[in-house]
Design a protein around this ligand. Structure first.
Ligand SMILES: [Mn+2]
Length: 512
């Protein structure tokens, strides 16, 4: 198939990302393709060195969209003004992705096939020269060199394409990269981008929303809820967070200013009050507790944003286990959307990443959680306050219960498996709740020589919540799956019937 046909096919196969302007100036550019003897070329301009902005840089013809004008009309008009390209000789091929610049513009690129053959008529005030860049050699560079640029607190990453006599960078390079992506629509990165934009389109099209997350919510669950709430508020979409039970006190600071309902307020009659539900940090119906009843009675299926390996809720599912946390997934989504990060959003997302990586311990050697966190701190996340809020809040009852758990630890498999337990009586004798017990498995896993930790907490007589943690060499999610539970490779759980000794025998058998 010839290159021009591949461009057409790619534009048809990959839908454009269409974004709100989030208060930025609306602008558009024209990606004009001309079929020359040696193959298709794309028309770029070198901007005049006298211009106040982007002087001497290489860019597509384009500019600000005037009131009442479509983005396509604006792009064609600007191209005519700048280089004398005749709009009548253009055939529209399609639209590339909206993007936001660090300088405050939303750019919509339109791709046209132009029949231009005569000499270019330059507006010398704006344009120094027209560059006809062959598409073929660009393609061999793929996505080019990835360059990150900071301007104030903003950051942006885009490819950089060297061409004879200069480089293409910035928003122009990103748009060119989008065109290159359309030439390989089957590649996994493009397929991932298509999944992203399906979720983004679903979120932007909502008229009212509920947001929910899993029972016993952690910093990632609540942080992701709050970040999504901020998105809907900014878009003017009515939104309420629904929680199975009131949030744990140490996460209260995140929910200040949020609109949320929990516990007895969760009734299935709520289903009529919002158009769709967004489920974050889980994709399992049984993990959202009471809220499942509301979900079941809603007309439209939910949007799921999750970083766990699997889930049974159907709808628009954006699942990415390569993310350390749902907060990291939401951070990436907001970057793609060009959503302007504000204080509440960056605090919520930083909390999610810090919490789910347990203070950057569970990162599986990925750099992405650090990059996201570093950007969020640059954007103003109060890392110190969040650290104190999450990690200086252990209740005296938890410390007392830890003592009980520590005094009972038993070892199997030559000390590689450590396990302990708490009964309902242990809790009631100390006036403690399940929240006071919290996570005990990490304490067991920190013991020298221990590779697998199993902690059992009685939830009703004879029935236990098993929580497991393991070191890298020993994945334990399979064991929890066999027991009817699930989770991550090295942090998983299940609800199981005793006696505990029998269960430990089973686990030890799997660890030998
Ligand atoms: Mn999570």
């Amino acid at each position: 198939v010839d290159l021009l046909q591949r461009i057409r096919n790619g534009l048809d196969a990959v839908p454009p990302l269409v974004l709100p302007d989030f208060g930025r100036v609306s602008s558009s550019v024209l990606v004009a393709i001309i079929q020359r003897e040696h193959g298709p070329v794309v028309v770029l301009t070198r901007r005049s060195t006298d211009l106040p902005d982007h002087a001497g840089e290489i860019s597509f013809p384009g500019g600000r969209v005037e009131p009442g004008e479509s983005t396509l009309d604006a792009a064609l008009r600007e191209a005519q003004e700048e280089i004398g390209l005749n709009p009548g000789g253009c055939q529209w091929l399609g639209q590339l992705d909206d993007s936001h610049t660090v300088t405050g513009y939303r750019i919509t690129p339109h791709v046209v096939l132009s029949e231009h053959t005569s000499a270019w008529t330059l507006s010398h005030r704006e344009v120094a020269e027209v560059l006809e860049i062959p598409v073929e050699p660009l393609l061999s560079r793929g996505r080019g060199y990835q360059v990150e640029v900071s301007l104030g607190r903003e950051r942006n990453t885009f490819p950089l394409y060297p061409i004879p006599g200069g480089v293409i960078w910035g928003a122009t390079a990103r748009i060119l990269g989008q065109l290159m992506d359309r030439l390989v629509p089957e590649s996994s990165s493009v397929q991932k981008a298509i999944a992203d934009r399906r979720a983004i389109a679903a979120l932007l099209a909502m008229r009212s929303a509920f947001i929910t997350t899993h029972v016993n919510p952690d910093g990632d669950a609540i942080g992701s809820c709050v970040a999504m709430e901020e998105l809907f508020k900014t878009l003017g979409i009515p939104v309420t967070i629904l929680l199975d039970a009131p949030p744990p006190p140490d996460l209260d600071f995140l929910l200040t200013g949020s609109n949320w309902l929990a516990g007895d307020a969760i009734r299935m009659e709520l289903a009529a009050d919002a158009e769709r539900m967004v489920v974050v940090d889980t994709g399992d119906r049984k993990r959202i507790g009471k809220v499942a009843e509301v979900l079941d009675h809603m007309e439209l299926p939910p949007v799921v944003l999750d970083h766990h390996l699997s889930g049974d809720i159907e709808g628009d599912v954006l699942r990415d286990p390569s993310c350390s946390s749902t907060a990291e997934l939401v951070y990436r989504l907001f970057r793609t959307m060009g959503f302007p990060f504000r204080q509440r959003t960056v605090d919520a997302l930083y909390t999610g990443i810090l919490s789910d990586t347990n203070g950057f311990r569970y990162i599986e050697n990925r750099s992405s959680p650090f990059k996201a966190a570093s950007h969020l701190v640059d954007l103003g996340a109060d890392a110190t306050a969040i650290q104190e809020a999450l990690y200086s809040q252990i209740s005296p009852r938890h410390v007392a219960l830890s003592g009980v758990v520590a005094s009972r630890i038993l070892y199997e498999c030559d000390g590689r498996l450590a396990w302990s337990w708490l009964t309902l009586e242990d809790l009631s004798a100390r006036g403690a709740t399940a929240d006071d017990a919290g996570e005990m498995a990490p304490m067991l896993l920190a013991i020298r020589g221990v590779q697998v930790a199993a902690f059992f907490r009685e939830v009703e007589p004879g029935r236990f919540k098993l929580s497991m943690r393991s070191l890298k060499a020993v994945p334990i999610v399979g064991i929890c799956n066999e027991l009817g539970g699930g989770g991550h490779a090295h942090a998983a759980g299940a609800t199981v019937d005793g006696p505990v000794e029998k269960l430990v025998e089973f686990i030890a058998g799997r660890c030998r």
